[in-house]
Design a binder for this molecule. Structure first.
Ligand code: NAD
Ligand code: MG
Length: 389
């Protein structure tokens, strides 16, 4: 199918995940505005094939090369191009045929294709926060040079972005990132020591992929989001505050120099920030449920428990020290969360692995992109060695 004039051509990197499938829900409801050009997945060939048959993209990528033949034959009656392997992600990100990338791959694996799209000057709807955590200075600098707008999909950052519309002349005094507190809000280490995978995967307000759900339970997610906010909005660490708000109705806030605070609110539903990023600068009419204040008479706020959820402190350390610290923090966390999901380590061990890895990997004040890749690899190896993977 050829796309109509003025349709935005969308490439969804990580189309089979939580964000990817919700992005396709948004597009399904707005086929006059959006056309799917590219879909990519790691291993889930069946869902990728079904998505390809429904949305008829120009190309699909499956990272797991053993699935190539299966997809190729399932799509043989179409003219959809099929690519396989990690390198193919970058090759397809380099295509001229799309306008906007939804960066919805999880983890460090999203960095290379997103950087490629940035270098091409594409619009980036960024869900993959790890891209900015690892190499935020380089990604933002390249985005500036190539005039690639980066529009956050992460709900907190989308909220801040929305609060900043019309405020380009007004400096930010501080931002307030809200945190739900996750499933273990109020719990102490004597409880957390026994927490298992399935318990950590029950998030009270959001349904998300496994990695970010564990990150939300350990509060690492909020730490990653502080670093993400620093790069997106050019803030100092002192300008970034976190407040626990268990209802997840206020998605985040900006305070300006006159003390006035703007907030963006609504039910917790990622389709809204996804749709906002896709449609920006326009808001697209939809029939999502409308928020009812009477059903939420008590919106509450509290200080995070830094003593119990020490990941937040480790992320603040990375935020303040800069250099390759956040890259190392992220790599160790990816390994530790993976090991926790495989029942190889306990919940509290996640923090111990990250902390030890941050102590062990040499600090680089001004890393190059190659330094980031090296630090990532070293940190993964070190973290894996202490877990004895
Ligand atoms: P998910 O695990 O549900 O999906 C991840 C997607 O990435 C899948 O399509 C998978 O095939 C692909 N993928 C995984 N590993 C890959 C690899 N090594 N190479 C290439 N592709 C790979 O994750 P998710 O919850 O959709 O999260 C995606 C990103 O969005 C994460 O960075 C997360 O922090 C961020 N995010 C998610 C939510 C949410 O509600 N799910 C909210 C805010 C931010
Ligand atoms: Mg978030």
């Amino acid at each position: 199918m050829t796309s109509e004039v003025n349709q935005k051509r969308v490439a969804i990197f990580g189309s089979t995940g939580s964000i990817g499938t919700q992005a396709l829900d948004v597009i399904r409801g707005n086929k006059d505005i959006f056309h799917v050009e590219v879909l990519t997945a790691h291993t889930n060939d069946e869902l990728l094939t079904a998505q390809a048959l429904e949305f008829n993209p120009n190309a699909v990528v499956i990272v797991d090369e053993t699935k190539y033949e299966k997809i190729k034959s399932a799509l043989s009656g179409t003219d959809i191009k099929v690519f396989a392997g990690e390198r193919a992600l970058e090759e397809v990100a380099d295509f001229d045929t799309y306008d906007i990338m939804i960066a919805a791959i999880v983890g460090f694996a999203g960095l290379k294709p997103t950087l490629k799209a940035v270098e091409k000057g594409k619009i980036i709807a960024l869900a993959n926060k790890e891209t900015l955590v690892v190499a935020g200075d380089i990604v933002m600098q390249k985005a500036l040079e190539n005039r690639a707008p980066i529009i956050p999909v992460d709900s907190e950052h989308s909220a801040i972005f929305q609060c900043l519309v019309g405020e380009s002349r007004n400096p930010i005094e501080r931002i307030i990132l809200t945190a739900s507190g996750g499933p273990f809000l109020g719990k102490k280490p004597n409880f957390l020591v026994n927490v298992k995978r399935d318990h950590a995967l029950q998030h009270p307000n959001w349904s998300m992929g496994a990695k970010i759900t564990v990150d939300s339970a350990t509060l690492m997610n909020k730490g990653l989001e502080m670093i993400e906010a620093k790069w997106l909005f050019n803030l100092t660490p002192e300008q970034i505050e976190v407040v626990v708000h268990p209802q997840s109705v206020i998605h985040s806030m900006v305070q300006f120099e006159d003390g006035s605070i703007k907030a963006q609110m609504g039910y917790p539903d990622m389709k809204l920030p996804i749709q906002y990023a896709l449609g920006f600068p326009n808001r697209i009419k939809n029939d999502f449920p409308r928020f009812n204040f009477r059903k939420y008479p008590n919106l509450s706020f509290e200080e995070p428990d830094y003593k119990t959820f020490r990941n937040l402190g480790l992320a603040i350390d990375a935020l303040q020290n800069g250099g390759n610290k956040a890259c190392v923090l992220n790599a160790a966390n990816e390994i530790a969360v993976w090991a926790f999901l495989k029942n190889r380590i306990g919940f509290l061990d996640i923090t111990a692995v990250v902390e030890k890895t941050m102590e062990a990997i040499p600090f680089i004040k001004h890393p190059t992109l190659e330094d980031y890749f090296e630090s990532d690899g070293e940190a993964r190896n070190f973290a894996a060695s202490i877990i004895k993977l």
